[in-house]
Design a protein around this ligand. Structure first.
Ligand code: ACO
Length: 383
């Protein structure tokens, strides 16, 4: 076979596999899970239905949904020995580092860790998905020096997460807002973290290694970490009237506007449409419009300034309005990216199951650009 001669920087637009889970249409701004449009799913289904959809071919019927709910309920509690170790993690460590390490150590306490069969991987997918919210809420409570709260049976992932985080039973508005956010973040084709997961398990390593690799990739500010940076930006701006000046200064000094732009979408990210709507609704129902108003002002200012630079395809992405939504829900800013993971674990495990269902090692090539034909000078002659 001839040596490869071309490459695309950042693998932009490169097709790296087949998948029947999620389709992203970047020119039309469409996101489809197994044939269902994300707006339809956000309006008419819950996060638990999406989990079933991503792991299977279709949405669940009532009894399938109840069975999944029972499985999640039975697995939400993190093993006591794992929690004992998690409590010893260093105070003040970055939340995504804490979460990545916590997920990695869960492998020690899962009886199926060494088993890569489909039924064992299905059981691990349930445990990881059920426990991600418990872990994130526990890590947030530990960071606030507050006692950990146990999950409650018969409640949704969104309800349980808010309850375990705050200690208060969430009202329907808060539960629904987080549930929709979880639906919107559940999967997104071969994004960086999902690709990392597929690369890791493509070696026939285990699901915990795949998710740990994915969480490392998700943490970065160009990917899932952007939602934290968006909140910092909104706080720095502080007033909608300052949005134009902030945007102009950022662009003039070559800084990126966080929560803006996307590798695939060349129009508005459809998830941003739903999250903008939800952010406004939460602002109105909570009586706290500040963060929505600043977000909207920054979005408008960015659109205008970027269009003037010939970059009108750069629009708000999923992280832009999720920041104000999470803030109004009382989630501490540094835990925004872990909350992304509470949802994305469903897509990650779906992709790991799909990868292992028809596995081929993922191992691309590079064009060598280093020096040629050198001879080793013995160390004694190298000075
Ligand atoms: N603000 C200002 N300019 C931008 C932005 C932005 N947010 N995003 C891209 N650009 C500009 C770049 O400076 C570059 O300009 P140039 O051609 O004059 O050098 C051009 O647009 C192309 O940008 P790249 O970074 O090369 O595009 P890429 O496809 O590699 O990156 C990315 C996509 C990482 C999302 C980028 O738009 C970005 O950094 N956005 C901000 C971070 C962010 O919000 N990330 C979350 C993405 S969604 C998710 O992962 C969950």
């Amino acid at each position: 076979m001839s040596e490869p001669k071309t490459f695309k920087e950042g693998l932009e637009d490169v097709i790296a596999g087949e998948s029947s889970i999620t389709d992203v249409n970047g020119t039309e701004g469409k996101l489809i899970f197994r044939g269902y449009d994300i707006h339809d799913l956000a309006l008419n289904s819950t996060f638990e239905e999406i989990v079933f959809l991503l792991w299977n071919d279709d949405l669940p019927n009532r009894s399938q949904l109840e069975a999944l709910g029972d499985e999640l309920d039975a697995n939400r509690t993190v093993p006591a020995e794992a929690m004992r170790l998690i409590k010893q993690f260093p105070a003040g460590a970055p939340p995504m580092d804490l979460l990545r390490t916590a997920v990695s150590l869960l492998a020690f306490y899962d009886p199926d860790t060494g088993d890569n069969s489909i039924p064992a991987n299905r059981r691990k997918a349930v445990r990881l998905t059920a426990q991600m919210g418990t872990l994130v809420a526990a890590l947030a409570r530990l960071s606030m020096d507050r006692p950990i709260i146990e999950p409650v049976s018969g409640k949704s992932t969104a309800w349980n997460f808010l309850y375990m985080l705050t200690g208060d039973e969430p009202d329907h508005i808060a539960e629904h807002a987080l549930d929709v956010a979880l639906v919107l973040h559940a999967d997104h084709e071969l994004n960086a973290s999902t690709f990392a997961a597929r690369v890791a398990v493509g070696t026939l390593s285990d699901m915990y290694s795949g998710v740990t690799a994915a969480l490392g990739a998700l943490a970065g500010p160009l990917h899932g970490g952007a939602n934290v940076e968006v909140m910092h930006m909104l706080e720095q701006i502080g007033d909608p009237r300052e949005a134009d000046r902030f945007v102009e200064d950022a662009l003039a000094s070559g800084r990126k506007l966080m929560g803006i732009g996307h590798r695939v979408y060349k129009t508005l990210d459809p998830r941003a449409v739903s999250l903008r709507y939800m952010s406004r609704q939460l602002a109105e129902s909570s009586g706290n419009r500040k963060w929505y108003d600043i977000s909207e002002a920054v979005e408008g200012a960015a659109e205008k300034a970027l269009a003037a630079k010939g970059k009108s395809t750069l629009k708000a992405n999923v992280d832009f309005f999720s920041a104000s939504v999470y803030h109004v829900l009382g989630i501490p800013t540094e835990f925004f990216t872990p909350v992304f993971a509470v949802s994305r674990i469903s897509g990650l495990t779906a992709h790991i199951l799909e990868q292992l269902g028809n596995n081929k090692l993922i191992r691309p090539r590079a064009i060598y650009t280093g020096p040629e034909s050198r001879k080793v000078m013995p160390l004694v002659h190298r000075g």
